[in-house]
Design a protein around this ligand. Sequence first.
Ligand code: NAD
Length: 285
Amino acid sequence: MCVVAKKLAVIGAGLMGSGIAQVSAQAGWDVVLRDVTDEALRRGTDGIRASYEKFVSKGKLEAEEAERALGRITTTTDLDAAADADVVVEAVFEKIEVKREIFRALDELVKDDTILASNTSAIPITKIAAATRRPERVVGTHFFSPVPMMGLCELVRGHKTSDETLAAAREFAEGVGKTCIVVNRDVAGFVTTRLISALVVEAAKLYESGVATAEDIDTACKLGFGHAMGPLATADLTGVDILLHATDNIYTESQDEKFAPPEIMRRMVDAGDIGRKSGEGFYRY
Ligand SMILES: NC(=O)c1ccc[n+]([C@@H]2O[C@H](COP(=O)([O-])OP(=O)(O)OC[C@H]3O[C@@H](n4cnc5c(N)ncnc54)[C@H](O)[C@@H]3O)[C@@H](O)[C@H]2O)c1
């Protein structure tokens, strides 16, 4: 019997979209990766190829398996290529209007039973789903970076997401090797971004007020709580700008003071000290 592979469309070939395409192709999905420029698609597929090669060189993946997986990925700048997808995962910039525009267009295009997922790390799924006429088929699949290495996928139920859609999203995410947690209420920042935001905000306040050095705050979390990385080193790695934006979003929505970013985070972003990518953040690189 011939089993027809399921088709996945990934919208956005950046860090997350390419990672999602990579693990899905490896799990047997036919993947079409869509971005707005050929250059972005080339960067995305170069990254996927390099990552597969690394797994092969470490003996974690057979070279033929990597070749087969690469062969399952096609690229395009045409959104119409998503028309026959069973699942679509959107992973474009964290801008609500860009995401809503894509979901509006996908709603016109895809099959009635297609699952529409967003990889947003903080935007309420309900706001994205409201751009479609099928909010029950829209769900959050928040993968973690780097996708080929990280085991977690946070599934987010929008206000109208159906049980069937959540189950299908779980089947997809588990099928590509992830363990899922379910966010049952569509709160800004979900579970994971709220937790890391609260920790980073408090760590930055302690640092700002001179209670302890960045090194000591991070050491407290590593040796005291068993965290793999301290919150300030995490902020530098993720980007202070990205965390400021995320915490600001959660604060605006929740009006909960514990998410109010301290002045130091704003001034660091104003000064361009956004962490590893700029050479300076809470630490110097
Ligand atoms: N980077 C992370 O650590 C991380 C972790 C979890 C979730 N996320 C979320 O995943 C999403 C993507 O993040 P990223 O880090 O991969 O961003 P990125 O900047 O690396 O990639 C975004 C890509 O989207 C493309 N794009 C923009 N508009 C598009 C459109 N209309 N159609 C198709 N492609 C379009 C861009 O050209 C770019 O290649 C965001 O919502 C982000 O919040 C990021």
